[in-house]
Design a binder for this molecule. Structure first.
Ligand code: PLP
Length: 498
């Protein structure tokens, strides 16, 4: 490159950018004649060759049209915007944007009202009683890595898409597992592997519910389920929950529900096991109205005192129950692995929809899980983690008794990874105040009110303030210290200086 060529190039580039920017901001409109090369060269003190070369480049890039003997004009389809232009700042570009008339779908437009608040991350030293995440240290890392490596070694020569229902080995292993762990009898064909139970709920909402249909839900209940039904236009009918779970006698007031979503093994979040009489009442009501039932069996591995009783699915003689389970509570929510046991008449519809959604779940991970189930290491892991979680729950119950005593009433200790703690003498309107005072004292706790559907929390309800306290991330000393801090926060509220 000669020494005087560099400045000439810089001059050409600057002129090129300038003209392009003027086209973009409309100063040079499509069809408008540009100055002649002679005039522009004279005006800028440049050689005519430099200007001609810039025009040629603009023409080659489609911004202008040149014709021998005629003026160069801005091309009719010249694209506005020069994203790399030295002239166009972000601000200029923003002010040039005129949104086109594209709209969101009806479902898309509902999304802002269904946003789920992200839980705050604990700052260092804060103790977090969150429900949902599991401790990384509880994950069976070595066993999982071994299973993954084996699965990878068995990678077939032909990498094709798999059956949308899921890997056959996993479905077979799951069939055996569900039979001995849950007394659930089904064929391999009825099992559909999904990316977490959330995908199962989404498929149910899309395939079983039309806009305007009623979906009966427990209130309080699992908001991630409620929200998915609402997303697709369902009307929620909240059914109150008492110490025994969903109050099925109230179902008669909901004449035409298309779907009911229940957590009968461990009502979320209050923790009841739905007794057999209510199970039959629910099934009879569903049979009468042609209502589908989703049985969300999300944490049945954690029944501490007794074996988990029979599922709704096994009592169902009318093929109306869709049983949904997950590995998010025993292995990790990050695996996104769950399953559905479908009534036979729904299998084809759900398989086609699953294929249209994402073809199928990740094959390597499904094969690794199949190996864990087949060689007994999954059962061993569940026994181990159940002991750990039970010990944590015990520590939490002890700490609550020690630091809060009669101020609290605890619900849902028979199973699961969380407890519901009611604060007698503290009105529900002060729940948020308790959460904030606790945070200032270094402990993160979560109000129960977020699990009531706002539109259906009984207005008359005179419940006291309540918290959903998860313990899966914590060990005994932190649990004790966390509850001590919570008790101190409550004392500050009582004394009027939270
Ligand atoms: C009631 C309930 N169902 C299901 C799940 C699990 O969802 P997923 O399998 O999508 O992780 C949870 C997780 O917190 C839950 O609380």
């Amino acid at each position: 490159m000669s020494t005087d060529e560099t400045p000439r190039r810089a001059v050409s580039a600057a002129l090129y950018d300038e003209i392009k920017a003027r086209i973009a901001d409309g100063t040079y409109a499509p069809g408008m004649a540009l100055p002649s090369t002679r005039a522009l060269a004279g005006e800028r003190g440049l050689s005519r060759t430099t200007v001609s070369l810039v025009y040629e480049q603009l023409a080659a890039d489609g911004f202008i049209e040149t014709r021998a003997g005629a003026a160069s004009r801005v091309a009719p389809g010249a694209v506005p915007g020069n994203r790399t232009s030295a002239h166009g700042s972000e601000h200029d570009r923003g002010s040039r944007i005129v949104r086109h008339s594209g709209r969101l779908s009806t479902i898309g437009a509902r999304m802002p009202s269904l946003a789920y608040p992200d839980a705050p991350l604990p700052a260092s030293g804060e103790i977090d009683f969150i429900y949902g995440p599991l401790a990384g240290r509880d994950f069976p890392t070595l066993t999982w890595l071994k299973a993954l490596r084996t699965a990878e070694r068995q990678r077939p020569a032909r990498l094709s898409y798999e059956d949308p229902r899921g890997n056959l080995d996993l479905r077979k292993a799951l069939q055996t597992h569900l039979s001995h762990a849950r007394g659930l009898s089904c064929s391999v064909e009825q099992i559909l592997i999904v990316n977490g139970s959330q995908q199962g709920l989404d498929l149910c909402a899309r395939l079983l519910v039309s806009p305007g249909d009623t979906v009966a839900v427990e209130n309080p209940g699992y908001r991630m389920a409620h929200n998915v039904f609402e997303a697709y236009g369902a009307k929620l009918a909240g059914v109150d929950v008492d110490a025994l779970g969903m109050r099925t006698e109230l179902l008669a007031a909901i004449p035409q529900a298309q779907l009911a979503y229940v957590t009968p093994t461990h009502q979320f979040p209050l923790g009841a096991f739905l007794p057999i009489g209510r199970r039959h009442a629910l099934l009879d009501w569903a049979a009468k109205h042609g209502t589908w039932i989703i049985e969300d069996d999300y944490d049945s591995e954690y029944r501490y005192s007794v074996r988990p009783e029979a599922t709704l699915q096994s009592l169902d003689t009318r093929e109306c129950v869709i049983h949904v389970g997950t590995f998010s509570k025993t292995l990790s929510p990050q695996l996104r692995l769950g399953y559905m046991v479908l009534p036979p008449r729904l299998v084809e519809t759900f398989s086609i929809a699953k294929r249209l959604t994402d073809w199928h779940a990740n094959t390597g991970i499904q094969r690794a899980l199949a190996a864990l189930l087949e060689d007994g290491s999954y059962d061993r892991h569940v026994r181990r983690i159940r002991r750990l979680q039970h010990a944590r729950q015990h520590a939490l119950l002890e700490a609550l008794a020690t630091h809060l005593g009669k101020r609290v009433e605890v619900q849902g200790a028979a199973s699961g990874l969380h407890l519901v703690v009611w604060f007698s003498g503290l009105e529900r309107q002060r729940e948020q105040m308790l959460v904030e005072a606790a945070r200032r004292g270094g402990v993160l706790v979560y109000p129960i009110n977020i699990f009531f559907h706002p539109a259906v929390e009984p207005e008359a309800s005179d419940r006291p303030a309540g918290l959903v306290m998860g313990y899966a991330l914590l060990e005994k000393p932190q649990i004790d210290e966390g509850v001590r801090r919570l008790a101190a926060a409550l004392r500050r509220i009582d004394s009027g200086s939270p």
